[in-house]
Structures are given as C-alpha cells and as structure tokens.
Design a protein around this ligand. Structure first.
Ligand code: PMP
Length: 287
C-alpha cells in the first residue's frame, strides 16, 4: 500500500521514521482514523476539528490546513484504491512532535512535527437488518488509564492493556467504568445503552474520547426523532439495559449482547439497533 510521510506519498515499506522521533520514544503525538466508503469520508469536519483540539492541547502547530488535510486524505484514498477494490478504506493520520537529537522530556523548540498516514481496509457499512450483523461480547474493567482521555493520544498502552484483557477472556472489547462504577467508554469505542426505548450515552468530559461516530450518531438519532440523552449511567444500569452498543469509526454502531459474561436484554440484537443504524446511514455522509 501507499503511505504518506511528511508531505510525500511512498510505498508503506519505504516509509522510515527515526527512532529518536518523540512519537516512538514518548508516544508524544495525536492521531485520527477517518472511515471512507467508495471515496466518501465520514465525519471529516469532526475529525479535523478534534485533531486541531488535540494538537492545541499538546502545543503542536497544525502542519496543514483543512484543505491540505483533505488533499492528503484524497491522495491516500486514490493511491490505495486499487489495493482495496471493495472501497472500504480507513485512513490513519498521526502527528508526532518530531525527531530530536536527545531524549529529554520537555517539548523541544524548533523541531518539525512528523506526519504519517496510511490506508487500511475497514469493514463494509453495516447492514440494516439485525439478522445480518455480528454482535459483540465484551469484558468490563475499571479504567486504569489517565485523566486526559479526551485527547486522542498516540500513547495507547492503557487502551491496549484493557483491550487485551477482553481478548484474553475470549471477547472482542472491554467496556470501562470509573472508580465510582460509572460507565465512561470502551478501550477503543464509545458506549451507548437503551432502556425503555430511550438511548443514553455518557456526556463528554476528560474520562472519554469525544468520538466522531458518537457525535454523528447523536445528531442522526435526534433527526430521526429517537429519544436520546447524554447522561451518566452505572455498571448496574448497563447490565439492566435492553440494548448496549459500541460506536467507532471502523465499527459504526456495533450491538453488544453480552457484558462480563452477563446477557444483555434478550441476548439478541435489539429493535432499537435497527432504528439506530438506519438513522446513522441516512445522515453519516452529511455530517
Ligand atoms: N474511545 C476510544 C478510546 C477510541 O480509541 C475511539 C476510536 N477508536 C473511540 C472512542 C471512538 O471514536 P471515533 O468514533 O472517533 O472513532
């Protein structure tokens, strides 16, 4: 496949970054994953605005404007289109603080950010019928990460360890709760639950990533007239929910039928999920 590195397109196998890059040494950078279907990106405005916020939070000057980011994205899609003929392409962009000559924690002055991008195949758009979607089973753990989870940091060891705990127990994701038993997000997704036909997701704060899929879904649900509220809920609420969903750029809205070995609702993909995915598909390319 073709990668993007510091303004140039090249075979991924030829893209080289110094081991003195602060992204490698400190995880000092931020990233985005943008889903595209047949050349059309979902949530580009939201992804670029979260990227801007993340860069501002860690004092890295945004190396490109919105139009240039769009060109970088299009360049990667075009260059990789023949490699992914089904047209479902995820684009990863990573901006690290750059390469230094020494390893010293403080932000060095006058180094140039490293910008890396590559394309990978994502799952096709989700089907509209519950019978055709593969539901998730997930683990549940107390969030042991840091207090800046709203920054899409490339330092992902905490997320990786939570995700692996799920894999080790034979499931595909791990939902997280804080020390008060409040659900925040999952190791690589946001969390929604349904109770009595109303949809809930935690409000945004430092405990969770402001997911772009979450944002698009919220707007899509409101437009479709579904009852939806940003509200904290507990582990117990989750176990008693009628439906639980995960959202992310690569998964869209994924139904969950089991949490920590306990069956959610009927144990099957629920009727609200069908309404939700329909609303999401109707709106996602407009967002
Ligand atoms: N939370 C975490 C911790 C994530 O890593 C992600 C992205 N994979 C999400 C939520 C979902 O964000 P988005 O919808 O922007 O992909």
């Amino acid at each position: 496949t073709i990668a993007f590195l510091n303004g140039e397109f090249m075979p991924l196998s030829e893209a080289k970054i110094s081991p003195m890059d602060r992204g490698f040494l400190f995880g000092d950078g931020i990233y985005e994953v943008i889903p595209t279907y047949h050349g059309k990106a979902v949530g580009m405005t939201g992804h670029l605005s979260r990227m801007r916020d993340g860069l501002a939070a860690i004092s890295i000057t945004n190396p490109y404007n919105a139009q240039q980011w769009q060109q970088n994205l299009n360049g990667l899609i075009d260059a990789n289109a023949s490699h992914f003929p089904n047209g479902n392409i995820g684009v990863y962009f990573h901006i690290s603080r750059g390469t230094d000559t020494k390893r010293y924690h403080a932000y060095p002055q006058n180094i140039t950010p490293t910008v890396f991008g590559f394309a990978f195949e994502i799952a096709p758009s989700q089907p509209l019928e519950a019978a055709n979607v593969k539901p998730f089973k997930v683990a549940l753990e107390e969030d042991k990460r840091w207090q800046r989870c709203h920054i899409k940091s490339t330092s992902l060891l905490g997320n990786v360890m939570h995700f692996q705990a799920g894999v080790d127990s034979g499931v595909q994701e791990t939902i997280l709760h804080n020390s008060d038993g409040i659900i925040t997000e999952a190791s690589s997704c946001n969390v929604f639950m349904v109770k009595d036909n109303a949809i809930f997701t935690p409000p945004l704060d430092n405990q969770l990533l402001p997911g772009i899929t979450r944002q698009i879904a919220l707007e899509a649900f409101k437009r479709a007239g579904l009852a939806v509220e940003e509200k904290w809920f507990t582990k117990e609420d989750l176990f008693n929910a009628d439906e639980v969903w995960l959202t992310s750029s690569s998964k869209e809205i994924a139904p969950v039928i089991e949490v920590d070995g306990k069956t959610i609702g009927s144990g099957e993909v629920g009727p609200m999920w069908e309404k939700a995915i329909k609303a999401y598909h109707n709106y996602k390319f407009e967002a």
